[in-house]
Design a protein around this ligand. Structure first.
Ligand code: ZN
Length: 420
């Protein structure tokens, strides 16, 4: 709501810097999250236009939520925190009844932060409009970041840099920020960035000579107070772009965080921060090379291990059966070994990996007739699990790791039966 004639006099319209006030209780209302008070005047800004509500106290009692009542625009102050149940009993005390006077105090740190972000948004939105002809179609201010949605996509980094630069030029020039009400006739003479959502006298926020917007929020009195404006992220959303930005104290906190991260990394690499990207790239290249070398060594080791197992395996009727239990490695090691053994002539591999659970891989040379999948399924029942695969290669497992040897022995016996 932007009109002036309302039940609660909105002190933040006339002076966004007023932090304390006295008011009379006009009405007590029960709301879902507690008791609500309606006062004859207030400094508490209710959630609206993308700006979150103020916090603070009324007679020392925390105000947890502030909103405008839909039908008459009265400002409702919710007391006692967002708790379920009978909040009434805790606040049904002196000096909060109808007609009584209350002392209000807003959380200034929170409010000023909102004023910085909100005024910064006006400036940034106008910069987008001037440089890229991109209109702001959405604004959201949260505890961590502020975003605007502009109706243009995609946007290049260089374009965002230009917008950021123009916005900060306005800040450095410290242009005054004024708010005033105008009627419909006067409004037509102003180059408004967007059209008002309400009729009647309209509250205009002007960043002198730069931006004219209808707005009911709270703003700083000069652009310099916004502090630095930085764009931290942009994300394409169809034909729009969501732009994340930070102003003033938030921009400074962001800078401190980045500086700490960069400083710690530069320390770890023992380089200057300007050499950091190169150092990280070097490390990534090195890791890639090491991974390659490691894989080659693993391959060599598996080749060697397969040859050893094959040589040590018993040979009967021209068939070699390799039965082995590994205590180290993973499914990949087991499979790699089985594949190598299956490439040898007339060979069957019955391999297991011992751990809390049992892992089994059975494989055979392509020229043999045995069905590894059927054999593995039966063996896996012994370790309390299952598995499957092709006739020449199958894998599975079970949760009873202790019975792995038994499962392999069963498979070996079953195979002996086929050639004895
Ligand atoms: Zn505004």
């Amino acid at each position: 709501m932007i009109t002036r004639r309302q039940m609660t006099q909105k002190l933040y319209y006339d002076d966004a810097y007023q932090q304390e006030f006295q008011a009379q209780v006009l009405e007590r209302v029960t709301v879902s999250n507690g008791l609500g008070l309606i006062l004859d005047q207030t400094c508490f800004y209710p959630t609206s236009g993308g700006q979150p509500h103020d916090q603070g106290t009324l007679n020392g009692i925390p105000v947890s939520d502030v909103f405008e009542r839909e039908d008459d625009g009265a400002v409702v102050h919710v007391l006692g925190g967002k708790v379920e149940g009978p909040v009434l009993s805790t606040v049904e005390g002196p000096a909060l009844n109808k007609g009584e006077t209350v002392q209000g105090q807003i959380d200034w740190k929170r409010r000023f932060d909102h004023m910085q972000q909100h005024t910064g948004q006006h400036i940034l939105s106008q910069a987008f409009l001037r440089l890229l002809d991109a209109e702001t179609v959405g604004f959201h201010l949260s505890a961590e970041a502020s975003t605007i949605d502009v109706d243009k996509a995609p946007l290049e980094t260089a374009q965002l840099d230009e917008v950021e630069k123009l916005a900060n030029t306005v800040v450095f020039a410290d242009r005054p920020v004024r708010t005033y009400f105008v009627d419909q006739d006067r409004m037509r003479d102003l180059a408004l960035r967007k059209q008002p959502m309400v009729t009647g006298p309209i509250r205009i926020v002007e960043v002198e000579g730069f931006d004219f917007s209808p707005c009911g929020g709270t703003h700083v009195k000069a652009a310099g107070e916004v502090g630095p404006i930085v764009i931290t992220k942009s994300e394409r959303r169809g034909s729009e772009t969501r732009v994340e930005f930070l102003c003033g104290g938030r921009a400074l906190a962001h800078y401190h965080r980045q500086r700490r991260i960069v400083g710690e990394l530069a320390n770890q690499f023992s380089v200057g921060d300007w050499e950091l990207v190169e150092a990280v790239n070097r490390l990534a290249e090195e890791a890639k090379r090491h991974r390659k070398e490691l894989n080659a060594l693993k391959d060599q080791l598996l080749d060697y291990e397969a040859t050893r197992l094959w040589a040590e395996a018993e040979e009967r009727g021209g068939l070699r059966i390799v039965r082995a239990v590994l205590s180290e490695g993973d499914g990949g090691t087991l499979k790699g070994l089985a594949q190598r053994l299956a490439k040898k002539e007339a060979c069957i591999a019955l391999l297991g990996l011992k751990g809390d659970t049992a892992l089994l891989v059975f494989a055979r040379s392509a020229d043999l007739p045995h069905d590894m999948s059927a054999l593995l399924k039966k063996a896996c029942q012994i370790v309390g699990g299952g598995g499957g695969g092709r006739p020449d290669m199958a894998q599975g497992g079970g949760s009873v790791g202790d019975r792995l040897e038994e499962a392999l022995e069963f498979a070996l016996e079953a195979l002996r039966g086929t050639y004895q």
